[in-house]
Design a protein around this ligand. Structure first.
Ligand code: NAP
Length: 280
């Protein structure tokens, strides 16, 4: 496993395991399988409603806590710092942990300045080894950085071959913020798994489309957290450290970028209303 070093010196695996849309009853088995396959970084969120199952799999694994890198996320709260402290305490209790490795603001909505101040306190108290954000566009992220003490360690954003965020990554890197890809396969949308260019590159290395996608992101320094509930695909997705893409192959992957979301824009008014109104 390759690690990236976050802006506070904390090491984070460049490849982890995501559990979005994995039902609570399925999650314990999936995380147990992932840990057995060698994953050590797990990405969950209060909004996924499977933190307890993630915690159960961690507890049963017997893997020393310091070998794991556990991320969870704060959902949109009612205003005020207290609500963040309550939400964090609830997540820790569900996970059965006394600290997380990374705590993220899940959405750039609501009273996120108060949330960030609360998270700075959580970080100062050592209950999160790093704090960061998710789905923050450049303007909100820069404003948060300029007006607060702790620079987010990570921004977790939609990133895959059809939306590569190369320019935004340069801004993030300049600010000391690690880019982390959510939906590294675009959940298979836009024919990703049968894309002929990715398949041809894969064939040249005896690798699958999924492996090419993850490898290309890793070679750009992007942290990836692919999700799978299938142990064969879990094993495939972590088996990406024994080959390298050529400059030409990286250029061919780069040319797939459309800059367009495969999901939704966080600036879409209907989505802002919907995400802001949801409570976990
Ligand atoms: N911060 C945010 O707002 C946000 C939003 C979305 C996601 N995330 C995080 O990012 C993680 C990953 O994103 P995602 O779960 O949305 O989607 P994803 O990882 O892009 O795609 C998952 C899909 O790909 C399939 N798959 C996985 N490996 C495969 C392989 N080797 N070959 C063929 N199909 C494969 C999975 O099916 P099987 O399970 O059947 O294998 C599943 O349908 C999430 O789990 C979550 O932790 C964060």
């Amino acid at each position: 496993m390759i690690n990236v070093t976050l802006n506070n010196g904390v090491e984070m695996p460049i490849l982890g395991f995501g559990v979005f849309q994995v039902g609570a009853e399925e999650t314990e088995q999936a995380v147990s399988d992932a840990l057995a396959a060698g994953y050590r970084s797990i990405d969950t969120a209060a909004a996924y409603e499977n933190e307890e199952a993630v915690g159960a799999a961690i507890a049963k694994s017997g893997i020393p806590r310091e070998e794991l890198f556990i991320t969870t996320k704060l959902w949109v709260q009612d205003p005020g710092e207290d609500n963040t402290h309550k939400a964090f305490d609830a997540s820790l209790a569900k996970l059965g942990l006394d600290y997380v490795d990374l705590y993220l603001i899940h959405q750039p909505f609501g009273d996120y300045y108060a949330e960030w101040r609360a998270m700075e306190k959580i970080y100062a108290d050592g209950r999160a080894r790093a704090i960061g954000v998710s789905n923050f566009a450049a303007d909100r992220l820069l404003d948060l950085i300029i007006n607060n003490k702790v620079v987010p360690a990570v921004n977790q954003i939609e990133t895959h071959p059809f939306k590569q965020n190369a320019e935004y990554q340069e801004i993030l890197t300049a600010e000391g913020v690690q880019i982390e890809a959510w939906g590294p396969f675009a959940e298979g949308k836009n024919g990703l798994f049968t894309n002929p260019i990715l398949a041809e590159i894969g064939a040249a290395h005896g690798k699958s489309v999924a492996q090419v996608v993850l490898r290309a992101a890793i070679e750009r320094g992007v942290v990836v957290i692919p999700k799978s509930v299938n142990p064969d695909r879990m094993a495939q997705n972590i088996d990406v450290f024994d080959f390298e893409l050529t400059e030409d192959e990286m250029a061919r992957v780069a040319a797939l970028d459309t800059g367009e979301t495969q999901f939704f824009e966080h600036t879409n008014p209907d989505m802002v209303r919907w995400l802001s109104g949801r409570r976990v």
